[in-house]
Design a protein around this ligand. Structure first.
Ligand code: TRP
Length: 337
């Protein structure tokens, strides 16, 4: 029998998860876990690179993200969920990999470049106070991937430069110390990025345009009632264009059965935006219901979540130790047991 390939993906624990995570990533992972040996990393060390002043938030988010994942279809029997900081081999590898990367190359990484610009508050207008840890997070991410021998890395397009940088590190390492590490490949998700309630191309917590998997009816109602609709449809019976409407966009995600009717009635002017939003609220709550029921279960049984994280981390660590032994031997730093 052919050996199952390893999947390694990661997520920064900086808050609860929203529809963007669900439709953009998690759905994909729930399918992949049936076919591959899947590792999902809660990247708390990476989260700390720009949240080092806020350790409570990161710590809390590790649990919340774990609960969100377990509630939305990640099966701990199929996927190994683990906590990055509890695997010291990843930190160790990061140190050795840092010799394989120039500072200029890190500054040229397009993902890092964009993020430094976005974090003016943290790093100064020109990025003059960017930290060593932040600049180096692609090196640490290369360690995440290779410590678990990730072969396929399911990520969004914004992460491609990080995977490319990981591949470069692996090639350099192998060419100097001999074949040691597996070179990973990016695995682009089929699902597109999910837009925000305000029509922004990206749904994000910091953009304030997200519906969280844990939002209750009151919050969901408020958010949907404020969502952007076709600005040319002013009165209830004006015909509208669903293509310019975020409410229709979300009907397409959670109310597929009625999508044709919504489209037809909107275009005909026989559907007012308020009624249309109310229908979406119902569909959204129906969609969220099973996720939130599972969340409630895990919130009430926090010992189960602890156990899943502990077992997953132990399993991942065994793998990382194997890789680390090989790395030490080939780097000639295996002085004694
Ligand atoms: N950088 C990723 C993000 O911000 C999270 C991440 C950390 C990751 N380690 C990883 C993704 C390893 C893939 C593989 O979303």
């Amino acid at each position: 029998m052919e050996k199952k390939k390893n999947i390694l993906t990661g997520i920064r624990p900086t808050g609860k998860l929203h529809l963007g995570h669900y439709f953009g990533a998690i759905i994909n992972w729930t399918k992949l876990q049936d076919k591959y040996n899947t590792y999902i990393e809660l990247a708390d060390v990476q989260a700390l690179t720009d949240n080092f002043h806020n350790p409570e938030k990161v710590r809390e988010s590790v649990r919340e993200v774990a609960i969100d994942l377990l509630s939305s279809g990640i099966d701990p029997k199929k996927s190994t969920i683990f906590v990055q900081s509890m695997i010291p081999e990843i930190a160790e590898l990061t140190v050795f990999y840092s010799n394989m990367v120039t500072i200029a190359r890190l500054y040229r990484n397009p993902t890092v470049k964009v993020e430094i610009k976005q974090k003016k508050n943290l790093f100064g207008k020109e990025g003059e106070s960017v930290t060593y840890g932040f600049l180096g997070y692609p090196v640490s991410q290369a360690a995440d991937i290779t410590a678990l021998e990730g072969e396929l890395v399911p990520v969004g397009e914004d992460q491609l430069p990080l995977i490319e940088q990981c591949r470069e590190i692996v090639r350099k390492f192998n060419s100097i110390y001999g074949q040691t590490l597996k070179e990973p490949q990016a695995y682009l998700s089929e699902t597109p990025r999910i837009k925000g309630l305000d029509g922004n191309e990206k749904m994000g917590k910091s953009l304030n345009n997200a519906i969280f998997l844990s939002d209750n009816r009151e919050i969901v109602s408020k958010k949907i009632m404020g969502a952007i609709t076709d600005t040319n449809k002013i009165r209830k019976n004006d015909p509208g264009n669903p293509d310019n409407c975020m409410v229709y966009y979300y009907h397409n995600l959670v109310n597929k059965e009625n999508l044709k009717t919504v489209n037809k009635e909107c275009r005909a002017g026989s559907r007012g935006c308020v009624d249309c939003k109310k229908e979406l609220i119902e569909s959204m709550m129906n969609f969220l219901k099973p996720i939130q029921e599972k969340r409630k279960y895990y919130e009430e049984h926090s010992e189960i979540v602890d156990e899943i994280l502990k077992t997953g981390t132990e399993k991942a660590r065994i793998k990382a130790k194997e890789v680390m032994n090989r790395v030490r031997k080939n780097m000639m730093i295996d002085y004694f047991d």
